[in-house]
Ligand binder design. Structure first.
Ligand code: FAD
Length: 442
């Protein structure tokens, strides 16, 4: 049995390792276009600031380590063509330019996602970057070393832009964020956006919303960014304007895509082509609350899908149930987290939704060092079923993980009111803000 894996970051490597564990005899080859395997992409902003000091620490497993597990991992190798009826693929060695053919019995597509560049003049200038791969971070750091930028413009104010804002301020840069939507973090509740925007101001980060970047100016190298007719001086610009699934190979091979544009798979992560599975950021999933197809490119989900795919590729049987889109990120001293559906999303999905918003603290009121936290809990009016939650501030991650578990388990807000959670003054108020918010809904 010959398994070929295309893509070697989270989903691909997890699947290869799992398949190897379950089937020691299987021949496994992994092709990875980038120079490294198993990189911790989520750590890239912290590598740029120097918070993560060692580049090596971002690489969970090297091709040599895979080799010792009996997995042949070839980096700088791009699969350029896939023939799903003949079960053959064409591979280009990106170092030598040489092309060769390979074949498979089973194949996994774990080609991930790629970052969008804003479609504006000047996007090709030196000093304009996106951040997706370790090689992007290497280039940003080399550029910063060469040109010592003092000001940067971050195009797009989603979570990667915000993580970058914190980490570039950490390096002493003056930051201006430009967001086309009328507020930063457009995927979050308005009160969360306002809260984060206030925090950014306190940290000296300027934000411009409701305005797109019109042009990036410079003579070979970025010197300013034009927004709303005005110029913002900057010698570094990083775009965080979203990602899109890397589906070119699958699409050209005639593999079905879903309505989100990512690869359509069944519960076992099988694609429309025989013996071809797909996992990770290149895959469309199902939202466990709305039941709709969604595309949620997240690292933990990619790992979980990789495990399921690996089991199935080795002849086992496992199912990936779908996602809640639970996510968290940090911007300076704030944690920002979300799970399930926001109020507007729930209404749009056809729920008669109610919500409770509360402000609480991350410790007992009298205990020093506590921070404020804002929590919004969304539930179905009739059944009481928890549909979603968003939080910003101290312990936001903990609160959202409780809510995610509640949604996963099909709990109602009434169940939450008597949930037996841990309490001591340094860790939170007597009743968790989740319980308090559920009580507001009663
Ligand atoms: P990818 O990581 O995209 O890897 C796919 C790999 O396949 C790539 O290296 C690509 O070069 C290779 N490839 C593509 N096509 C081919 C081909 N034809 N032949 C050979 N190789 C190919 N997620 C979170 O959950 N939490 C976070 O805090 C978080 N922070 C992030 C911060 C940053 C800056 C970034 C960029 C991402 C972050 N993510 C986070 C997202 C997370 O990194 C991704 O969800 C995860 O990496 C997806 O893994 P993947 O294996 O599906 O795809």
């Amino acid at each position: 049995m010959k398994l070929v894996v295309v893509g070697g970051v989270a989903a691909g490597t997890k699947a290869a390792a799992r398949a190897r564990r379950l089937d020691p005899e299987m021949e496994i080859t992994l092709y990875q276009a980038e120079p490294e395997t198993s990189i911790g992409a989520c750590g890239l902003p912290y590598y740029i600031s120097g918070t993560v000091k060692s580049r090596d620490r971002l690489i969970a497993r090297t091709p040599e380590q895979f080799g010792r597990q009996g997995i042949r991992a070839l980096v700088r190798h791009r699969v350029t063509e896939l023939d799903v009826s003949g079960k053959r693929l064409t591979v280009r060695n990106l170092q030598t330019g040489e092309e060769f053919e390979d074949s498979y019995d089973r194949l996994l597509l774990a080609t991930g996602a790629k970052a969008n560049l804003p479609p504006v003049p000047g996007a090709e200038l030196d000093g304009v970057f996106t951040l997706r791969f370790l090689s992007d971070a290497d280039e940003i750091l080399a550029y910063m070393e060469r040109h010592r930028p003092e000001r940067a413009v971050l195009i797009g104010a989603g979570y990667i832009g915000l993580e970058l804002a914190e980490n570039l301020v950490e390096r002493g840069l003056e930051i201006c964020m430009v967001e086309l939507a009328d507020r930063i973090l457009p995927g979050y509740d308005e009160e969360i956006s306002r809260n984060v925007e206030r925090h950014l101001r306190e940290k000296g980060v300027r934000t411009i919303t409701g305005a797109g970047v019109e042009e990036i100016l410079g003579d070979g190298r970025v010197r300013a960014v034009r927004v709303g007719g005005g110029e913002i001086p900057a010698s570094l610009a990083i775009a965080g304007v979203g990602v899109r699934p890397e589906v070119g190979l699958a699409e050209a091979a005639g593999i079905e895509l879903g309505e989100t544009g990512a690869i359509r798979v069944d519960g076992q992560l099988r694609t429309s082509a025989p013996d071809v599975w797909a996992a990770g950021d290149c895959v469309e999933s199902r939202h466990l609350v709305s039941g709709r197809p969604v595309w949620m490119p997240l690292g933990d989900t990619a790992n979980q899908m990789g495990r399921v795919a690996g089991t199935n590729l080795a002849g086992g049987s496992d199912t990936f149930p779908g996602v809640l889109g639970t996510g968290v990120f940090k911007v300076f001293e704030l944690g920002v987290a979300k799970t399930g559906l926001a109020l507007e999303e729930a209404e749009e999905a056809g729920f008669d939704a109610v919500c409770a918003t509360i402000e609480a603290r991350s410790t007992a009121g009298y205990y020093p060092g506590g921070r404020e936290v804002f929590l919004k809990l969304v539930a179905d009016r009739e059944s009481g079923r928890v549909l979603g939650a968003e939080a910003v501030g101290g312990n936001a991650d903990k609160l959202i993980d409780v809510c995610a578990t509640a949604i996963w388990g099909g709990l109602t807000y009434r169940d939450l009111m008597n949930l037996d959670l841990a309490y001591a003054p340094p860790f939170g108020p007597t009743l968790s803000p989740v319980i308090t918010a559920a009580g507001v809904l009663e």
